[in-house]
Write a protein that binds this ligand. Sequence first.
Ligand SMILES: [Zn+2]
Length: 268
Amino acid sequence: MPATERTVVFILSSSHSGSTLLALLLGSHSRAAYIGELHKMFNAEQPGRCSLCDDRKATCPLFYDVAERTPLDIYRSLFERTGKTVLIDNSKRLKWMTQHLDDDSFNKKYIHVLRDPRGVILSRETRGRTTKLSHWPKQNRRFYESLSAPGRESRLVLYEDFATRREQTLRDLTHWLGFEYEFDQLEYWRVEHHGSGRNGATSAFLQDAGTADPAFYKEKARQHFHDMRWRDQLDREIQDAIAQSDPVRLLLADMGLHLTETGLERAR
Ligand SMILES: [Zn+2]
């Protein structure tokens, strides 16, 4: 396969924004592979492991020798081992993405996944994590500005878009990757997905999905749903503080978006 036909899709996103679900759906195309949060495999203190192979107590066919590899040579092996043309990297980090900007052995495409900050903050709270309100607009402004640089082929995907119009959103993105859409992509749990990361989306195929709310995800596994728990569960004062925060409003205005009672929407 000529190197120029190979593409890595780098996802940039705050945590708890639905990027894993999107990465799994895209990585279920017959010519693409999900590779999880790849940057975690290179965490010096606690290297990430393949969640699927951990569950199966098996040697991972993709990541078995990752400890001997470098971040810069891993993609070549992953293209060879998966036999796919497109790799979906859900690392989400800007620092990881920029490390690979100069690598011309593959094409690069970028997806910024954005979810209503009220939903993001509720998910963090559910996991017992406190959050500074300023973090979300700061992080997403960095993603937005980086992907606005000339020559970066990128798409913005709203969690709300693929929660409510999943098939259309997926179809558009699959075409953007240069493929025909495959209906089977929707049932992503029928495909083997290797890589680190456990959350609500992986609960459709992992025994222990490691979520903060296993009962919710057990009920929802393998269903398509729009998570709007923030409307009932996030303190009203916090909801208002987020919606009225200047950095949030400025960022959304720059991106042509706004918050409504039901979530994040594109301005018309
Ligand atoms: Zn594996």
